[in-house]
Design a protein around this ligand. Structure first.
Ligand SMILES: [Fe+2]
Ligand SMILES: [Fe+2]
Length: 456
């Protein structure tokens, strides 16, 4: 197996304080077309979310001098030439500008265009240098559909500062990494439909995405991730040879994005490709984040379900056996999964058992146990709720083993999006993270308050 393509982030960074970034690679350049507008605009934090942001967009074909201008206040500053990437089986070209040297907690405006084109103007805010209250949203399994479009509007109305998206993004490859279904399972034009669908939110707040089984596209690189990597500029600070893993902090929360496909027993397409390297990297990252005085909550995201009663996919014993001891060791507060197209949340857990009851509306001491959430209801058709009081976990070899589900606190079959409001420590040393899970129409399906107290 050849190695996956490395992150291009380090090679293509354009310093705000310095000169413009690298010029675009040689691509066929048609005559300038003023009717061609930048589409699918989306943002991604860099590893240092306070100082680095990637702006990505697309055009239907190659264009002359795709570029971004940045403004703080009213003055447009340096011009950054885009890194332009073609992708498999589409004429669309994806443009990326990786901005570095930004100021923390600062509003920037950006203007993207190309030779003779009509500009697109947007704005974003960098992450704060010190903890302050903020909101983030998390979900997976969106796809391109009416519910997903409604959820983008809901997300926009809730004004989160970032989205943490746990895979199965657009379903351009409907075979889901199984290799079943033949060539008719792929339509890579769906990526553009999805990027246009999320633009009302993703052009102004970063969408920090992870891979699901549907990002393992047949024929698109050894791991199938090339289609995803062509369209996103990721932080690039994850495990070596694991280009879709990364971590970043925002305020008092440390976020870690894992590749759940590497550890899945259910779908073995990319099973074990990182050996034990992802586990070692995860251990190091969580240790470093837990050691920081300014970090209270650790939130880990990946696609496959660690704990879910839904009978379509159940729980994945591969992810559970490899990562639960690590999550327990460092007291991870919240693990977000998708894959099952439903909503579910566990009681706080240690060593595979609930440490307390946590019904909707309750407050938990988050240091006592890790909460596992399935937030797979962002748009794809819902899976029927099932599995209580008996579900199953998939063990090595893809075998489904029945198990009791006393750990399940709440399930919901309808579409949903989760929002979390985070506050820094108060004078008594207590930080809070308040979960609200909303249905498509904004109805509250679940709430939970995480508390963590640090005394000096
Ligand atoms: Fe899915
Ligand atoms: Fe999935």
């Amino acid at each position: 197996m050849t190695l996956p393509r490395p992150s291009r982030r380090g090679l293509l960074a354009g310093s705000v304080a310095g000169v413009a970034g690298a010029t675009s690679p040689l691509l066929w350049v048609p005559p300038a077309d003023a009717a061609v507008r930048p589409a699918g605009v989306h943002l991604t934090y860099g590893a240092d979310a306070k100082r680095r942001m990637a702006v990505s967009w697309s055009t239907p074909s190659s264009v002359k001098r795709p570029r971004l201008e940045l403004a703080r206040g009213n003055d447009w500053g340096a011009v950054h030439q885009a890194d332009s990437r073609p992708s498999k089986d589409v004429g669309t070209v994806y443009h990326h500008v990786d901005l570095t040297g930004l100021e923390p907690d600062t509003e920037y405006r950006y203007r993207i265009t190309h030779g003779g084109g009509t500009p697109y103007v947007g704005s974003f805010r960098t992450a704060p240098a010190r903890p302050r209250p903020f909101r983030f949203t998390t979900f997976g399994d969106m796809g391109v559909n009416a519910a997903a479009a409604q959820h983008v509007a809901l997300i926009r109305s809730q004004k989160p500062e970032l989205a943490f998206v746990v895979g199965d993004l657009c379903y351009a490859d409907s075979s889901g990494g199984t290799g079943l279904g033949g060539p008719n399972t792929q339509d890579f034009a769906v990526w553009d439909q999805w990027l246009d669908q999320i633009r009302p939110s993703a052009a102004s707040v970063p969408w920090m995405t992870t891979v699901g089984n549907h990002e393992m596209e047949a024929g698109n690189g050894d791991l199938g991730y090339n289609g995803y990597l062509d369209r996103f500029t990721l932080p690039g600070n994850g495990v070596h040879d694991g280009p879709v893993t990364y971590s970043f902090t925002h305020g008092n929360v440390g976020f870690v994005a894992l590749d759940g496909n590497d550890a899945s027993f259910e779908i073995d397409r990319n099973q074990g490709y990182l050996g034990n390297a992802q586990d070692a990297w995860l251990t190091g990252r969580l240790a470093a984040l837990r050691a920081r005085d300014d970090i209270d909550f650790l939130v880990v995201g990946f696609h496959n379900c660690m704990y879910c009663t839904n009978l379509v996919h159940g729980s994945d014993g591969g992810n559970r056996s490899r990562w639960e001891p690590i999550f327990d060791r460092f007291g991870v507060d919240l693990v977000v999964n998708g894959h099952n197209h439903c909503y579910e949340r566990t009681h706080p857990m240690r060593d595979g058992v609930p440490v307390t009851e946590a019904p909707s509306g309750s407050t938990i001491d988050s240091a006592a146990g890790t909460t596992y959430m399935t937030a797979g209801g962002a748009g794809q058709a819902e899976y029927p709720t099932g599995g209580l009081p008996l579900s199953y976990v998939t063990i090595e070899g893809g075998i489904r083993v029945p198990e009791a589900t006393t750990w399940s606190a709440i399930t919901a079959e309808q579409h949903s999006i989760a929002f979390l409001d985070v506050t820094p420590r108060n004078r008594r040393g207590t930080a809070t993270m308040k979960l609200r899970t909303l249905a498509t129409d904004g109805t509250v399906l679940d709430t939970l308050t995480f508390k963590r107290t640090r005394t000096v």
